[in-house]
Design a protein around this ligand. Structure first.
Ligand code: EPU
Length: 440
């Protein structure tokens, strides 16, 4: 069912919002559960379509799972893994399923995983994943769109990544947990989600150090020394940044609860430079507010701890009505300005030249019908609609549902006028009883 939001712009967001578990962490934790013969429990698992897809990948491999919606926990029982194939039907729905490659190699020493292909935001190659596994002794064939990896003996080695790729660091970390000897990943990604995966694996009995720095060392352990455990996912820093931006965009004031402020240092610093006020209300609560028109800033997206590419489209939306001209350089993806044509339709003045966008602040955006092209561009358009004069419609909500749990409910609680509709219908889905607040 195609769905859309109707949003009446101009409301000031106020109140408080609680942030869920990190999508980009929990997907990898779920993949990692198959390293263990037994039942592993993960808390703080958001109800997202991407999580559903990863659970389907696990169940296709023979694992059993139960999801407790109220507790927001998942138990995965991976006692029996009966297949080593991750099908194209699932991997093509969500690129992050490719992470199952490293987990399957660790558990079964063989894996057949569909190649994910490109996506809306860029080519998104997986060559570092493959080269790293080959360096560890895996024999890899690419056949019929699948990666077939065999690694009866996997040996630890030194691997240098040309770019600190999040996915490659995670796949190689997973593969090397039960390899012989030590694996050293140099120029490793340093994202909090990498640290979360390393902490989770260590809780299961792995021996990983250095996660969060550019050099991670994984000392291989015997598969039988891995054991089930319970673990809580870190909060989603991108969801937190999205809500902070929504509050700032509408010149509101709110408490953003269940966040790790240290994960947002770079983004917070930019918001402050734009004129927002950011205070630490409690160790995991940020108070964000903004009274006046924002000032323009320049920024470059970079691997963590730099400015996150996943908040680039959202920050661009803030610049559309800021005072002055802001220049954005997207350095991670070749095609991550998909939001630009729709923001222009809402009155933004944006000039794009390859991976640079020059945003000249206008006084106001105006409501329009726009469509999400990917997850973060979709969230950026919702924020633009909240800022705009008049009514907007944001279509293609399946992109937003991949990564934001109960997005409209959380925004409604902050005072936003946002409702979800079926594409063919004029009655909101909440009114029709198709949706209910229990999704909160
Ligand atoms: N790259 C290669 N070869 C590789 C791997 C990566 O050339 O083998 C390139 C990519 O093409 C890209 C860059 O390196 O240009 C960075 O890619 P990376 O591997 O770091 O990204 P990813 O693991 O595919 C994760 C997040 C993305 C987030 C990026 C960067 C998940 C599931 N996805 O992707 O999140 O943008 O890291 O921080 O963890 C999102 O949540 O909307 C999202 C896209």
């Amino acid at each position: 069912m195609a769905e859309r939001f109707k949003i009446q712009g101009g409301e000031t967001l106020k109140g408080e919002v609680s942030i869920g578990g990190a999508k980009n962490s929990v997907l990898k934790l779920l993949a990692a559960t198959i390293l263990v013969k037994g039942s592993t429990k993960i808390y703080n698992v958001p109800q997202l379509t991407d999580v559903e897809i990863m659970l389907n990948v696990l169940s296709d491999l023979g694992a059993k799972y139960t999801y407790d919606k109220d507790e927001k926990s998942v138990v995965v029982d991976a006692s029996n893994i009966t297949s080593i194939t991750a099908k194209y039907e699932l991997v093509s729905k969500m690129r992050a399923s490719f992470i199952i490659l490293g987990a399957l190699i660790s558990r079964c020493r063989e894996a057949i995983v569909a190649l994910p292909g490109g996506c809306a935001i860029g080519e998104r190659r997986v060559d570092f994943h493959i080269k790293g596994l080959e360096a560890m002794g895996a024999k890899i064939k690419i056949e019929n769109g699948y990666v077939h990896a065999k690694a009866p003996k996997l040996k630890g080695t030194d691997i240098y990544l040309d770019i600190p790729s999040v996915g490659a660091t995670e796949n190689l970390m997973l593969a090397s947990v039960t390899a012989e000897g030590s694996t050293r990943i140099q120029n490793a990604a340093q994202e909090p989600e990498i640290v979360d995966l390393a902490n989770f694996l260590n809780t299961l009995g792995a021996d990983i150090s250095g996660a969060g720095t550019s050099e991670i060392v994984i000392n291989g352990v015997k598969p039988e020394s891995l054991h089930p455990a319970e673990y809580t996912t870190i909060p989603d820093r991108i969801e937190a940044g999205t809500f902070m931006a929504a509050v700032v965009a509408t010149r509101g004031k709110a408490l953003i609860k269940n966040v790790y402020p240290a994960h947002l240092t770079f983004f917070n610093d930019k918001l402050i430079k734009m004129g927002a006020s950011i205070k630490l209300a409690e160790p995991t609560v940020i108070e964000v507010s903004c009274k006046n028109r924002l000032n323009s800033i320049n920024f470059v997206t970079q691997p963590y701890p730099g400015f996150p590419t996943d908040l680039q489209a959202i920050a661009m939306t803030l610049l559309t009505t800021a005072n002055g001209v802001g220049i954005i350089t997207e350095s991670l993806y070749e095609n991550r300005f998909m939001q630009v044509p729709d923001l222009r339709r809402m009155g933004a003045d944006i000039h794009q030249d390859r991976n640079h966008a020059i945003v000249k602040g206008v006084k106001n955006l105006t409501g329009a019908t726009v469509a999400a092209s990917d997850l973060r561009a979709g969230a950026a358009l919702v924020i633009a609609a909240l800022m705009a004069n008049g009514e907007s419609q944001v279509e293609k909500l399946h992109h937003i549902d991949r990564g934001y749990e109960s997005f409209e409910y959380k925004l409604q609680k902050l005072g936003a006028k946002i409702m979800r509709y079926d594409d063919r219908d004029e009655t909101s889905l909440l009114t029709k009883g198709v949706l209910n607040e229990s999704r909160l």
